[in-house]
Design a protein around this ligand. Sequence first.
Ligand SMILES: [Zn+2]
Length: 355
Amino acid sequence: MNRVMATCLLALSAPFGVLGLPAPSQAAPCMVVTLTGTQGGPSSFQGLAGSGTLVSYGDDSNDCRAVLLQFDAGRGTSMRLSQVGVTPGDVAAVFITHVHSDHVDGLADLLQMRWMQQYKLPKIDVVCSGDAAAAGFVMSCAKLVAHTADAYVQSGEIAQRRAEDKARPAGGPADLANVRTFAATDAPQVVWSSGEVRVSAIRSAHVAGHASYRVDTPAGSVVIGGDAGNDTPAPPRASSTSAQVEALAKGAQVIVHSVIHPVMGPDGGTGFPAPIFHRQSTATDLGAMAQRSGAQHLMLTHLIPPLGAERQGPYRLPKGAITRGDYEAAVRAGGFAGGLTVGGDLSIVRLPARR
Ligand SMILES: [Zn+2]
């Protein structure tokens, strides 16, 4: 063996431990953000699932799937999760931004599946704001969860299925939920953690009890804005976006946010109610906010209107459907120069990006 070859062999053998076995490789941490539903509002259009985002964290050895967190669970969430190989039992916690049906329609389905087939697993955390009073009503995530499967109890299904398997919890799917409420504040507070994963929440405006979240992991951070809008409910104001979400997003790589296209505004001729338009964040203002916060990537979800839709529910778009390019142009007009995903169901961003 010549000297050069010996040196090469020595170099090659450096990563190997005793007995020539490979030394344990240092698996790199990673996070994947998956939009499980991108429909904006309670309308339905071309099979889009209701609002929801799956954040999974782990490392290369487990496909970034050591901890799976679901943010909102709109219509069809379990169907979208099944398309990426996730069952309700794989999810460690569900975080609710607010209790509008388009964000929680899928919760009963998730819990029912878990109750039917995976009830031996630990309870699932459901994390959300505590009861929030507004003029003449109270929005209660705790009650939503407690009553989420009442129809199945009242119909007799729960009793019938318990007759088949008495080990299923007597109270039905709601029995599997460990509800953890917090008093949402303007300053971020840690509301959930597991190992290296930490989830913080802040109060944000949209409806009473709305909260936005941030997930911090060694692979990076993502902010889930939900339907957040500005505290000032209508113009004149500097922006339609939430100052709290912007503060929460400082230093985060990814922002996931509901979006409304400016065409739905009072000047667009759609007839869309101005107060509902004003409580969302516009694509242009989100672009400006993402640029200010220094985010690398903005993921638009909960698109109002959906791509290709001639109408948003009952409101017709007089100039025709909005395209991906229309959303992109509106975001870029806000000055955002980073990565942009105009979300469709199962759009994904991974941290770090694959090379
Ligand atoms: Zn919504």
